[in-house]
Design a protein around this ligand. Sequence first.
Ligand code: PGA
Length: 245
Amino acid sequence: MGYLIAGNWKMNGSRGSAISLASGLVARANAAQMQLPGIVLCPPGPLLPTVISAISGSAIAAGGQDCHAKDKGAHTGDTSASLLADIGCRYVIVGHSERRADHGETDAAVRAKAEAALKAGLIPIICVGETDAERDRGGTDAVVTRQIKGSIPAGVTAGAIVVAYEPVWAIGTGRTATSGDIASVHALIRKVFGGEVSVLYGGSVKGNNAAEILAIPGVSGALVGGASLDLDDFWRIVEACPHGK
Ligand code: PGA
């Protein structure tokens, strides 16, 4: 299983910044002398065609930040997984904590989105992670177990999905979980899932802490927010992936 570095641009960027970031990454990927990890860019939906055209022919893939559970219909403002696949996406993030918080997405809703992604031929990046309050009361394992059981489609094979463990309190805060906590939650996720699923870590991953985080046993890559908007910082994370896994 190779490493995967996914950039979640969230609600940031413009056509101009998307072209310069995506084409800058393509130039670095083409010039790289190392074995590259998988790289996925998840820009806001309206920028997907721009990014997909900039990465065309390169090893970099594109992904959506969310999809609807249904394939089509009267759902104003939503985007189907099949449309994301149709325009050239290979991935879609589902169940990000910001979607769970801002849009009240439940585990069942996240699972339905992941099922739609699989049906469309996309790889869902299914996000889980505890809040500060849940962690403070010692609830991390219980919360992550509940989210894994509730958010991952039944019977799915390990290779068809990617899981991202993102402690909510670590997102955009500059705080990261300890190596021991990351290793133990990643092991828990695989145990609850029942297989060698790819598990990314997310939450304030930057160029200057990526090597340490990516070397933690059980970490298959990173889901990167803020640092994915900066070409140099994001590329430092790509380069921090250990070789030969
Ligand atoms: P961050 O975001 O890297 O800015 O903490 C990570 C994420 O929310 O995916």
